[in-house]
Ligand binder design. Structure first.
Ligand code: HDD
Length: 701
């Protein structure tokens, strides 16, 4: 890039079309000169070159041609999966030295910070799709370590749909929009997905997670992350231990309700992207802890499932997490395309001290990501794009290729060479002691033998952990799973598919299968014969979101509905209390300008009622006077505002005068419906949802 400061920054003497020029001489000097890609100053960026004022445009207009040419090529192919995503910069800080486990450089010096880029994504939808469909979320982190880039490319769910990478194209083809009609966008509720899923019992465990509230996150900042596969950590002696990676959000794990997620799609397409951006912009930096589950072969052998099978997890109750560091995201990208769209994650990027396992899903991924980047970014030199480049020195004998940015000097483009002996630069050399080594003994067990296209027998149990997950949920969470299956399968028009799916669910839980069959109105089929009979596994309470909810207003938003005549003092007290508790107060009114409060002052309003439905908030407060209540009780948007918050089990604070509006919205007094003269009580209650209310609103069948 050319540093414009070394050139003449005179903006020229142009005419009235130089709109960016300032009359202030200092500002004028600071503004860069508009040029073509070749650095040629442009005098007029408003009009193309024509033969006469109304005449034909001239082919010689290189300014016009270059501008349109570049515009025509602005888009690159979107990711085949995880196309819709948001990234942020930050750091990983290690708590303790992990030399007993690994030589990985980033884990050696307590307190040291390694720069990271994290990108969160939905899976099925295109780059322009909405943020809140029912979908798995990608959770990819690139660590720019001193020993090269380590990419931990995970999801917000600890297991995956399939066991072998050879099934990935089928899975993705089935879930994406159907290939003849190009719908539905960003959703699994359609024929081809459930056809594939019902024919693939290995998907059952992941389906339970996908139909649970895990796929409806409240915020990208409130999601767990998982590396999913078993990896290895390698110590100085070359000995390795197995490891599974977990990210735990400091704000707690929280989801929305299905009805809320649906309405969020209408209220704000960019709900998650905006939330992440605004939090970082406001200095409210999201944070996760990195936890490790570390185990050896003996432990792996003691489990009734295979640690190389990505459809299985290891319950925390059996193997607790060791928290080893934290990730803080503290900087938004300067440019979405350069730093998010062009970011290229590859699970094959690992550093000395970390190694793969022989998980066949992971092994297939090691090929796919490198390959996809060539297709997306157009060149084998994609690692030179700033967001993908390592922040440590990089040197090898790879040369040339499209978009080569490096200018290697000398003749050393091969190895071995003796050029250094002859006084010429010989280029980089191998680092036998410190370079990457495959863990000793990784191939020593049963990884040798005949060439076979088979699944190991130890991968054959597809139902026990699905049942374990279901039995670890609260009654309300279980009801959400059942409703989600009913909703999704009700969208399926292939007659035999819903029954086949229920036949699989019968191997998970008879009650769940019966609820889904009843919800669909189909007879209960016979169970499909399992490849291996399920066994009873202890529930893992750590898997429930509701049971482990963190009650806090931090990172949460409270909507305050005001109108002319709202009490100024109550509003002030509430805003202070919300902010003191770490929350964000957002004032909503029927109009954004000129709302007059009880003391005659004009209120600062953040959003207009129609554009700020209550699904955007974690709790609401209705601060209306008698007169305003009379008017707003006749306003559907205001009634809906309260009705949705009540239906989504949120805390509702209200002035006594606003009671008629609550009554009209069907809100009944409970723990979460609170008079606003108790601001502290309201703020405390606002930090949680009121699950007991749910049974009064839905059948939960
Ligand atoms: Fe994948 C992208 C996560 C299996 C092939 N994947 C991608 C991203 C995430 C994951 C988070 C987006 C990265 C970003 O933000 O740019 N994928 C997973 C997880 C998997 C998984 C957690 C199983 C445990 N993926 C998987 C398999 C294959 C792929 C088995 C192929 C055999 N994934 C891809 C890809 C993508 C991708 C086609 C699309 C865009 C990209 O890589 O950069 O190569």
């Amino acid at each position: 890039m050319i540093d414009d400061s070394s050139f003449d920054t005179d903006l020229g003497t142009g005419g009235e079309t130089h709109q960016h020029e300032s009359s202030d001489p200092k500002a004028k000097a600071a503004v860069a000169r508009l040029t073509t890609d070749q650095g040629i100053p442009i005098s007029d960026n408003q009009n193309s070159l024509k033969a006469g004022a109304r005449g034909p445009t001239l082919l010689e207009d290189f300014v016009l041609r270059e501008k349109i040419f570049h515009f025509d090529h602005e888009r690159i192919p979107e990711r085949i999966v995880h196309a819709r995503g948001s990234a942020a910069h930050g750091f990983f800080e290690v708590y303790e030295r992990l030399a007993d486990l690994t030589i990985a450089d980033l884990f050696q010096r307590p307190g040291e910070r390694t720069p990271v880029l994290a990108r969160f994504s939905t899976v099925a939808g295109g780059a322009g799709s909405v943020d809140t469909p029912r979908d798995v979320r990608g959770f990819a982190v690139k660590f720019y370590t001193r020993q090269g880039n380590w990419d931990l490319v995970g999801n917000n769910i600890p297991v995956f749909f399939i066991q072998d990478a050879i099934k990935f194209p089928d899975l993705i083809h089935a879930v994406k929009m159907e290939s003849d009609r190009a719908f539905p966008q960003a959703g699994s509720a359609h024929d081809t997905f459930w056809d594939f899923a019902s024919l693939s019992p290995e998907t059952t465990h992941m389906l339970m997670w996908a139909m649970s509230d895990r796929t409806l996150p409240r915020s990208l900042r409130m999601m767990q992350g998982f590396g999913i596969h078993t990896f290895r950590l390698v110590d100085a002696a070359g000995a390795s231990t197995f490891v599974k990676f977990h990210w735990r959000p400091k704000l707690g794990t929280q989801s929305t309700l299905w009805d809320e997620a649906l309405k969020l799609q209408a209220a704000d397409n960019d709900f998650h992207r905006r939330d992440l951006w605004e939090a970082i912009d406001a200095g409210d930096f999201p944070e996760w802890e990195l936890g490790l589950q570390i185990f050896d072969q003996e432990f792996a052998d003691s489990l009734p499932y295979d640690v190389l099978d990505s459809t299985k997890l290891i319950p925390e109750e059996l193997l607790p997490l060791r928290m080893v560091g934290r990730m803080v995201l503290d900087r938004n990208p300067d440019n979405f395309f350069a730093e998010t769209e062009q970011s290229a994650f590859c699970p094959a990027n690992i550093v000395p001290g970390i190694d793969f396992s022989d998980d066949p899903l992971l092994q297939g991924r090691l090929f796919s990501y490198l390959d996809t980047q060539k297709s997306r970014l157009g060149t084998a030199n994609f690692h030179q794009i700033p967001i993908n480049a390592p922040k440590c020195p990089m040197a090898n004998f790879q040369r040339d290729g499209q978009m080569q940015m490096q200018v290697p000097k000398g003749r050393a483009n091969y190895e071995p060479n003796s050029l250094a002996d002859h006084g010429e630069p010989g280029g980089p050399r191998e680092a036998p002691a410190t370079g990457f080594h495959t863990a000793a003994g990784r191939a020593a067990r049963d990884e040798q033998g005949d060439k076979l296209r088979v699944r190991p027998e130890t991968f054959a149990d597809h139902y026990s952990q699905a049942a374990m997950f279901f039995h670890s949920l609260t009654a309300s969470e279980q009801a959400h799973v059942a409703s989600a299956f009913v909703f999704e399968l009700s969208k399926v028009n292939l007659a035999r598919v819903p029954a086949r799916m229920v036949g699989n669910l019968l191997n998970v839980d008879a009650d769940l299968a019966a609820r889904v069959a009843a919800g669909l109105g189909i007879p209960l089929p016979a169970a499909n014969p399992p490849a291996r009979a399920p066994i009873d596994l202890e529930p893992s309470p750590a898997l429930s979101i509701q049971a482990n909810a963190v009650e806090t207003l931090k990172g949460r938003k409270v909507g305050l509905l005001i109108a002319d005549g709202s009490d100024a003092a109550t509003l002030d007290v509430l805003i202070d209390a919300i902010e003191d508790a770490g929350g964000v107060a957002f004032v909503v009114a029927p109009r954004v300008h000129g709302v007059t409060l009880s003391d005659g002052t004009t209120a600062a309003v953040d959003g207009q009622l129609l554009g700020s439905p209550s699904v955007l908030f974690d709790a609401i407060a209705v601060l209306l006077s008698d007169d305003a209540t009379k008017i707003l009780t006749l306003e559907a948007a205001a009634v809906q505002w309260v009705m949705d918050a009540y239906g989504h089990l949120k805390t509702i604070g209200h002035t006594a005068a606003a009671a008629p509006l609550l009554r009209k919205a069907g809100a009944k007094v409970d723990d979460g419906v609170i008079a606003l003269d108790d601001a502290a009580g309201f703020v405390a209650a606002a930090a949680r949802r009121h699950w007991a209310r749910e049974a009064t609103l839905r059948t939960l069948a």
